[in-house]
Ligand binder design. Structure first.
Ligand code: NAD
Length: 299
């Protein structure tokens, strides 16, 4: 039986480890040709090592699939362009870009340094924008040349830390919330080229999360990145063409769609700030509560 992504060409950033590695393996198992990008950085983004990406490439090839490694820093403008070019020169086309690379530098905001803020914002936000910009240019040119929609996909990576909010992660959460907004806007902009843009807020046991609580057998089983990869692979397929601008939550315990900001209760505008006390109290009382990390209303 043909795979779900037979013949499609996909780039997975941060594909050398954790969730991205699983995306690469499952995409290849479903027939995709994969560019495995990974800088090979430490958890905090420091350093570089070509071996994680190469190991995933070797694994895919050993199973009979096609893959090439790319060691670019996704937040480097020229590096991101080179990665898109590599997919096209290696496999003749590009259909799917999965922006998954990420780092953590958690700190309470009062203690957070400028470098900790900048590094996290750069890898996540610019590391999503730069590859998407270059891929979108390729797809725009393709649709102009062929007159056909590209039937292409961008799949970004957000987090419950960004869409719901987690203490100690103002840098990471701001970046991940930014990626949520980027996803919605890019989905609207790229629709005319036949490109869908969705995001996944994953939950899995990887080196980013292994120090959060005790690792029980149950947590190991539900934290397997294999629970996250199926929605990414489905979104990467041609079958998902009518789904765009959505935020999927995916882990071993949940598959759902996180709903975005909506205007809640309203009041008649006033020009006098002294009149606002009771008006705001009424608005707050009628507004839905913000969500906690489980996506449910906070008490
Ligand atoms: P991971 O550390 O296992 O994998 C991330 C990979 O990205 C690493 O191999 C790293 O070398 C690579 N990378 C880092 N900076 C890079 C750069 N500038 N260019 C290219 N590659 C780079 O982490 P993971 O848990 O698999 O995380 C994958 C994504 O999922 C991240 O965006 C993360 O923020 C997000 N996420 C993970 C969880 C979770 O539960 N694990 C939850 C929410 C969000």
């Amino acid at each position: 039986m043909a795979g779900l992504c037979e013949g499609r060409v996909a780039i997975v950033t941060g594909g050398g480890r954790g969730i991205g590695r699983e995306y690469c393996l499952m995409l290849a198992a479903e027939g995709a040709k994969v560019v495995v990008n990974d800088l090979g950085a430490a958890r905090d983004g420091v350093g570089a090592d070509a071996s994680p990406a190469q190991q995933v490439v070797d694994e895919i090839r050993a199973a009979g699939g096609e893959a090439v490694a790319n060691g670019a820093d996704v937040s480097d403008w020229a590096g991101a362009k080179g990665m898109i070019d590599q997919a096209i020169s290696a496999f003749g086309r590009l259909d799917v870009l999965i922006n998954n690379a990420g780092i953590l530098r958690d700190r309470m905001l009062v203690n957070m340094t400028e470098a900790e803020w900048d590094a996290v914002i750069k890898v996540h936000l610019k590391g999503t924008f730069a590859p998407t910009h270059h891929a979108a240019n390729y797809w725009r040119d393709l649709t102009k040349a062929t007159g056909e929609p590209a039937n292409a996909r961008v799949i970004n990576t957000s987090s419950v830390s960004g869409i719901y909010g987690n203490i100690g992660q103002t840098n990471y959460g701001a970046a991940k919330q930014g990626i949520a907004a980027f996803t919605i806007i890019a989905a609207r902009e790229l629709r005319r080229y036949g490109v869908t843009v969705n995001a996944i807020a994953p939950g899995a046991l990887t080196r980013l999360t292994e120090d959060l609580g005790v690792v029980t057998e149950e947590r190991k089983a539900s934290g397997d990145p294999k629970w996250v990869a199926p929605i990414a692979v489905w979104l990467a397929s041609a079958e998902s063409k009518d789904v765009s601008g959505r935020m999927f939550e995916a882990s071993g315990t949940v598959l759902g769609i996180a709903e975005g900001w909506h205007r809640g209760p309203t009041a008649t505008p006033v020009k006098d700030p002294k009149a606002l006390g009771p008006i705001v109290a009424d608005l707050v009382a009628r507004a839905r509560k913000n969500a906690g990390m489980d996506g449910q209303d906070l008490d």
